[in-house]
Design a protein around this ligand. Sequence first.
Ligand code: ZN
Length: 309
Amino acid sequence: MPDFPKSLLEFERRFPDEAACAEWLLEHRWGRGFLCPGCGHDGHWRLGRKVLTLQCKACRRETSVSAGAVMRRSHLPLKVWFTAAWLVATHRNGMSARQLGRQLGLGSYKSAWLLLGKLRAAMVDPERGPLAGLVEVDESGVPFRDRGAAPGRPRPGRSHEGKLLIAGAVEIKGKGPGRARLAVIEDYSADTLGGFVAGNVAGGGTVVSDGWSGYRKLKDVRHDPRVIGETPAHLVLPWVHRVFANTKRWAMGVYHGLRAKHLQRHLDEFVFRSNRRHTPCGAFARLLGLAATIGPCPYKTLIASGSRG
Ligand SMILES: [Zn+2]
C-alpha cells in the first residue's frame, strides 16, 4: 500500500473529497477491471452522481462503487467514512461513538454509533489465519458494568464473580510477542478452553500454559505446561498477561468498563489495535480495505451482537 497516508495532512491530500474516495473504492473493489454483477460484461460508462456509479454497456444495470462495501446505502458521504476510518484506526486507544460523532460533527448519536459499529465489524478479517508456532494461552476475567452501575471489582484467582471470562492467546516471536487473539468464554472447562485453542491455534503449534487442568487434553497441538507454583503468572506467561492487562486498562479508560453484551466486539477491536500498534497507518489501510469488501453490515446485525460505546 505505497500511497497510504502517514499523517493527517497526507490523509487530507490523498482523500480531499468524494471523488478521491470514490476513485479509491473503484480501484480497490475492481482492481482487475469492472465486471457487471448482473451479466459479467466488462464494458461500462461512468455516471457522475453523488457517489460514483458505473453503468453496464450490455444490460444497462447501474452499480455504485460502494456496492459490496460496508458503506453501502449509507446516507453519510464517503469522505466522512474515510475520515472516520482514519480517526478510529490511528487513534491510539480508539474512541467512543460520542467522541467520534463530535470529531466528525455528526448531528445524532445514532449516526455516530452506526458508523463506529460498522467500522468495528470491519476489524475482523474473515480470512485471517490461526496463530502458529509457540503460543501462550491463558484465561482471565475482566470487570464489567451493568447499565448505570459501577464496574465490578476484579478478584484474584479463578473465581468469576463480578467478571466476564475471556481466553487469550499470543504468538511468541523470538523474544517478543506476535499476533494476539481474545475471546469471550463461558467457563474455564477443558471443553471450552480446548475449543478456544482449536479455533485460534494452528495444528502442529505448541501451547504454553500455566498447567491448568483445562489444557490437559488439547488436540492437534503440543502442550508445554509451565507449572507456576510460587512464581507469579506474569513471569511465566508474560505476553498474554500483558495483553490482558492492556485490555483491562483500555476497557476502563475508553469505555469506563465494558458491558457483557458487547464484549466480543470490543475484544475484536482491541486485538485489531494491538496487532497493529506499531503501524497505525497500516491499520488504516487494513481497515479501509476490509470495509471496502466486507459487505454492508445491517443495523439489525449490529443491534444483535452489540457494539454500543
Ligand atoms: Zn451488465
